[in-house]
Design a protein around this ligand. Structure first.
Ligand SMILES: Cc1cc2nc3c(=O)[nH]c(=O)nc-3n(C[C@H](O)[C@H](O)[C@H](O)COP(=O)(O)O)c2cc1C
Length: 311
């Protein structure tokens, strides 16, 4: 195999976003990328998905914001971030020095906020938007946009009207029917779907009988959620035509391959970054090794190739 072939082995194109590898960072677990640049060669990452960004800066939730769980973690960071203006003027110019697509994860409390963010971020240097629809919709009693098909679709429609960038919609797993949600956002114009965001959880200190997290409840991530995530990716990938980005508990290349066999065209690594800052690059190397062992020429050859029909 020539070097050129080898370079192309891992490349993917997700809704027009060209990536050198199918391994992206999961929002909120890799800062703005720059925080990790002393450890990882950012240029070797498929795409950097930055921290959830809001219109105004947010200091996040108070009290304990992270708790370790068996095979995972609970977090209730509360979207701490410096706001879109600081991102555009301070972070983006530095990120632009790297040869890596930058995807901005956006969060709002109204449909209009998502629209405004999308408009402001439609600039050179931003490769795409990822919509975090797990946020409370303040106009509808605080119910998360991503748990109601119509609210989720209205966010997508507004964002699509406000930007020419590819729009990835990140689904919440805290729903009864993930397929219904995926179809609703696809019909509203999503260019790609990513899943899963964290599963709502809670932990209690039995000695003082208080919730461990300051926010009482938080999002569960890490290996504990992986089987739920693989199942949802499999169900969604069969039901939609747009590409699917899989995440939830990916720690190793084998985990990533599992998601791709289930139907993910790319994957994102989250909690693993806290254990091993090199995870995204090591996982891409491991996928390359797997493809070589299998005698395959392109990573797309494994997407959706789980053999359920023979089962
Ligand atoms: C500390 C922390 C912060 C997160 N912040 C965000 C965020 O700002 N926006 C978002 O869409 N997802 C956020 N997530 C969810 C992750 O991007 C990812 O969907 C989830 O953690 C599952 O992947 P993992 O098990 O590999 O971590 C966060 C997760 C963690 C652990």
């Amino acid at each position: 195999m020539t070097a050129e072939h080898n370079l192309g082995l891992l490349s993917v194109n997700i809704a027009g976003i060209k990536m050198k590898t199918p391994v992206m960072t999961a929002s909120g677990t890799f800062g703005f990328g720059l925080e990790y640049s002393d450890f990882v060669d950012i240029n070797k990452i498929g795409a950097v998905v930055v921290k959830g960004t809001t219109l105004l800066s947010r200091s996040g939730n108070s009290g304990v914001r992270i708790a370790e769980t068996p095979a995972g973690m609970l977090n209730s960071i509360g979207l701490e971030n410096p706001g879109v203006e600081a991102f555009l003027h301070e972070t983006l110019p530095v990120l632009a020095k790297y040869d890596v697509p930058v995807i901005v994860n956006i969060a709002g409390n109204t449909v209009e906020e998502y629209g405004e963010l999308a408009k402001q971020l439609d600039v050179k240097g931003v490769a795409g938007l990822e919509l975090n629809i797990s946020c409370p919709n303040v106009k509808q009693g605080g119910i998360a946009f991503g748990t109601n098909c119509e609210s989720a679709a209205s966010v997508v429609r507004m964002v699509k009207k406000s930007t020419g960038l590819p729009v990835i919609v990140k689904l919440s797993p805290n729903v009864t029917d993930i397929v219904e949600m995926a179809k609703a956002v696809e019909a509203a114009g999503a260019d790609a779907i990513s899943l899963i965001n964290t599963l709502l959880g809670m932990a209690i200190d039995i000695h003082n009988r208080k919730p461990i997290l300051g926010n009482i409840v938080g999002g569960l991530s890490g290996p504990a959620v992986k089987p739920v995530a693989v199942r949802m990716v499999w169900q969604v990938a069969k039901a939609v035509k747009v590409p699917v980005i899989g995440m939830g508990g990916i720690m190793t290349a084998e985990d990533a391959v599992e998601f791709m066999l289930a139907g993910a065209s790319a994957v994102a690594v989250g909690t693993a970054n806290f254990v091993n800052p090199y995870a995204t690059v090591e996982i891409a190397d491991g996928i390359r090794e797997y493809l070589n062992q299998q005698g395959l020429m392109q990573v797309s050859e494994i997407v959706g190739k789980v053999r359920t029909e023979e089962w």
